[in-house]
Design a binder for this molecule. Sequence first.
Ligand code: NAD
Length: 376
Amino acid sequence: MQIIVLKESFADEIRVALVPESVKKLVAAGNKVLVETGAGESAGATDTDYEQAGAEISSAQEELLQKADVLLAINRPADASLSKLKKSTIVVALLRPLDEPEKLQAFIENDLTAISLEMIPRTTRAQAMDILSSMATIAGYKAVLLGCEKLPRMLPMMTTAAGTIPPAKVLIVGAGVAGLQAIATARRLGAVVEGFDIRAAAGEAVRSLGAKFLELENVNAEGEGGYAKEVGEEIMESARELLRKAAANTDCIITTAQIPGRRAPILITGEAVEAMKRGSTIIDLAGANGGNCELSKPNEIVNHNGIFIYAPTNLAATIPVHASQLFSRNVTAFCNLLATGGALNLDFSDDILNGSCVVHQGEIRNERIKEIFNTK
Ligand code: NAD
């Protein structure tokens, strides 16, 4: 199959879907890989690196689009690019089908097949393809660096000739993949860390990283596939109150709480922000889905009474080399499901392909997405 990779079209997106090490593997497996000129330049991969790995480089984007059997991308390609693909071309990317189902229209209109990498089931067999975990790991790490860099204090306890400096306190809200990485990073930097999650099972993981687990008694909102499920307003009120009290005693809060396909829950209220000391920081990783902090504004720095609040929606892209490397390895593992001996072969009896293929030859084939698409 002919796999193409373009320079990403979203503003500020400097990752690339395939890095040269993966090109080598895909070519060895019998595929042809074509890469747009300069596609990897901000992610540490030059055109020469791609050529040496066996890819063909071209600056003729339209020609590339017409040649593709498979278009690999980080984000949903521009509608203008989708309209130039051949019918039935397979587009593999992070498509946000639960959050922006209306954007699937271009795949339907152009009779394309859309694979949403977010929809890959979180099973043991699919672990090598788990892009959400790869990107969440990077975002969790970077969130701590951002939040702590803005603090007017250091993280670790220091005993000096001028006396002892107490450690900073960091609170992580949502202990999934990003949250656990944030806890580990803040601990390594010497902070005293607390973690909160609505899933009781997260407690063990939080404690194993040396952090204290803040718990709501008798609450366990574990839903399908290990994800959290929505809880009633009474439980949410208790969670906000618990976090408001913790916030007053915290220097940096990192929030990561999400429920797939829903607005992110508001957990840090304006009142909780106002309870924090001046100079404290909040990094909200749920910004793309509305944010966990009531005062967050996606991609804008908010200064509320001296509290720094920032909700970057694409933090993984700020570490483009490693983010591209992990994305590329994950997507390459996925490509093995699309072909046998280098020839395209979509086998929908495979649960990973079945779960992630949201549009097939212009038809929405995932019942949940069909329902959301029709009601939007
Ligand atoms: P996510 O990004 O959907 O959510 C982040 C965290 O927010 C989750 O831990 C969730 O419980 C929490 N959350 C949601 N609502 C909340 C609320 N109101 N208050 C507090 N916390 C709230 O989750 P994720 O990081 O993608 O991980 C989801 C699950 O999948 C986890 O159980 C994780 O361990 C599991 N997982 C499994 C695999 C695998 O088996 N291959 C891989 C990765 C993740």
